[in-house]
Design a protein around this ligand. Structure first.
Ligand code: FAD
Length: 381
């Protein structure tokens, strides 16, 4: 007889990883709740696989995870009850919130964006449905694609679509997208790469989008008009949780929320801890590592395992951008400060309170990855 009932909300990177750890315990009954009508899938394949037609949506699925597909409408942490869209309720002894993030839309001040979206000519690129929309719109032709944003997902998507013969224009309010994620050095290199490889409209905001003859007519704030067959909004993500949290679940260094027996991990978790300040990472490997850590904290708090200690981000990611590789490990954003370690190849160290918390670089993955075991312990040099 399993003694403790643990619910996991969300079946993505963090939720699946938490389930793997908890399922190994004989004492815990684990239920993973995912969105209604949705089977678990690997979100990193949305742009790299499905949108460009390399994979079908079915091939992006993550097999082997039992999920109750019933969207969570809200949580009552005091009575330890979860309310589901079907009208059902379920209770828990411990809860891991792993509901990820939501894509940011264009500002509400952009006239006509809703009409363009309803016409299927303007989309975010976050879900499998978005990916299918992009794939179908671009199938069998060389199209003009405007991407709003110039961060990593925008850069990767621009690269993938350009390599398939589409004409890409990036529109971004700033000419240094990615500064908050990587600091100025990598952001400046990213800007140069964009400028050498696609059409850029940096330092420009979109004011209006008209739909005419199955085309977008996009007006920028200097009155420039850009015509496009498709617009993709890549303005990053915001944490997304059911109530009572809605826009992210604040957690401590054990991934515990302020509510007893409630934990959060991955893109939904907003961390605040003494050694790193306030931070959030929305990458696949780090979400999975957080999911594992939250599960270990659950087991500890149920009296079933040792304290896993403070969570310190060390995971790596890479992105292929116009034939170069952007790589990073650990925490490179948040309140860290960036300092140049090497200009060629570019390696940047990110510090908080005199410790190296992360390293990023361009075409320097080996040098960047070498830092992984030394993160968080390294004294200020
Ligand atoms: C286009 C794109 C490309 C990316 N490429 C990379 C990459 O190359 N490398 C990388 O490291 N990261 C990449 N990322 C980021 C990465 O996918 C995310 O950081 C990661 O998926 C976060 O994991 P998570 O578990 O927090 O959230 P998710 O994986 O998004 O999982 C959240 C789950 O919760 C479910 N959910 C949400 N709300 C509810 C609810 N109310 N009830 C029930 N279920 C709910 C969702 O349906 C989803 O299944 C990419 C992201 C995008 C959008």
């Amino acid at each position: 007889m399993k003694q403790h009932k643990v619910l996991i909300l969300g079946a993505g990177a963090a939720g699946a990883a938490a389930a793997r750890v908890l399922n190994a315990s004989q004492e815990v009954e684990v239920t993973v709740i995912g969105a209604t009508g949705e089977a678990p899938y690997n979100r990193t394949l949305v742009n790299k696989g499905v949108a460009v037609g390399l994979l079908t949506p079915e091939q992006a699925r993550v097999p082997g995870l039992d999920v109750v597909a019933d969207t969570v409408d809200g949580v009552d942490p005091d009575s330890r009850t979860v309310h589901l869209a079907s009208g059902a309720t379920t209770t828990f002894d411990a809860l891991v919130v792993a509901t990820g993030s939501a894509p940011r839309a264009l500002p509400a001040t952009v006239r006509g964006a809703d009409v363009a979206g309803a016409a299927g000519l303007l989309t975010t690129l976050h879900s499998l449905q978005d990916a299918v929309r992009v794939r179908d719109r671009l199938a069998g032709r060389s199209a003009r694609v405007v991407i709003f944003g110039a961060g990593l997902v925008a850069a990767e998507t621009a690269t993938l679509l350009r390599d398939r013969g589409h004409q890409i224009t990036l529109v971004a309010r700033t000419d240094m997208a990615g500064t908050s994620a990587f600091g100025d050095h990598v952001a400046a290199r990213l800007r140069d790469l964009h400028e050498r490889n696609v059409t850029t409209q940096f330092g420009r905001a979109v004011t209006e989008i008209d739909v005419a003859d199955d085309l977008l007519d996009i007006t920028l704030d200097d009155s420039t008009h850009v015509l496009a067959d498709l617009g993709i909004v890549a303005h990053g993500t915001s944490p997304s949780a059911p109530g009572p949290w809605y826009d992210g679940v604040p957690v401590d260094d054990r991934l515990r929320s302020a509510h007893d027996s409630v934990y959060a991990a991955g893109g939904v978790a907003v961390h605040d801890d003494p050694s790193l300040g306030t931070w959030r990472i929305d990458h696949w490997a780090d979400a999975a590592a957080q999911g594992e850590h939250a599960a270990k904290s659950v087991l500890h708090d149920l009296g079933l395992d040792a304290d896993p200690g403070a969570y310190l981000p060390r995971s790596a990611f890479t992105a292929q951008v116009y034939g170069t590789t952007v790589a990073a490990v650990g925490l490179t954003g948040g309140h860290t400060t960036a300092s140049l370690t090497s200009d060629d190849p570019l390696v940047v160290r990110h510090e908080y309170s005199g410790r190296t918390t992360g390293v990023s670089g361009v075409d320097s993955a080996i040098q960047v990855f070498e830092w992984m075991p030394r993160l968080h312990a390294e004294a200020h040099v």
